[in-house]
Design a protein around this ligand. Structure first.
Ligand code: SF4
Length: 114
């Protein structure tokens, strides 16, 4: 959830393999892992501060901090709040990224041997 918007919903497996919303991706990268010998984790640092929920940015509420925004053509993230998209298996995201971009996303956390 980001600024009052549910940005991704799904089973644990769906959200981990991989997360499809850039905010979920950043959240998972912040999960502390005690034993890193068996786990690989991407390190994602969000730029900027969390905007006020009382005065949210235009368009996608995450657009001021999103590292994937440039992948969406036409500045759509700046002007239009994404709708909830239904993905296979009941997985849902609220993001403008096209299906071919989603297909390129990698899990944030995975077993080191994978
Ligand atoms: S809609 Fe755009 S800014 Fe929002 S999360 Fe998706 S890519 Fe990022």
């Amino acid at each position: 959830m980001y600024l009052g918007h549910v940005v991704e919903m799904g089973t644990t497996e769906q959200v981990f393999q991989p997360p499809y919303h850039p905010y979920t991706e950043a959240l998972l990268s912040a999960v502390p892992i005690a034993d890193t010998s068996a786990i690989q984790k991407k390190h994602i640092v969000l730029e900027g501060d969390i905007p006020s929920a009382m005065n949210p940015p235009s368009g996608c509420p995450f657009q001021t901090r999103c590292g994937w925004k440039a992948e969406v053509p036409g500045g759509l993230c700046d002007i239009e709040v994404p709708i909830v998209r239904q993905l296979p298996g009941g997985h849902q995201i609220k993001c403008h990224l096209a299906d071919d971009i989603l297909a390129r996303m990698d899990p944030v956390i995975k077993m080191a041997a994978e």
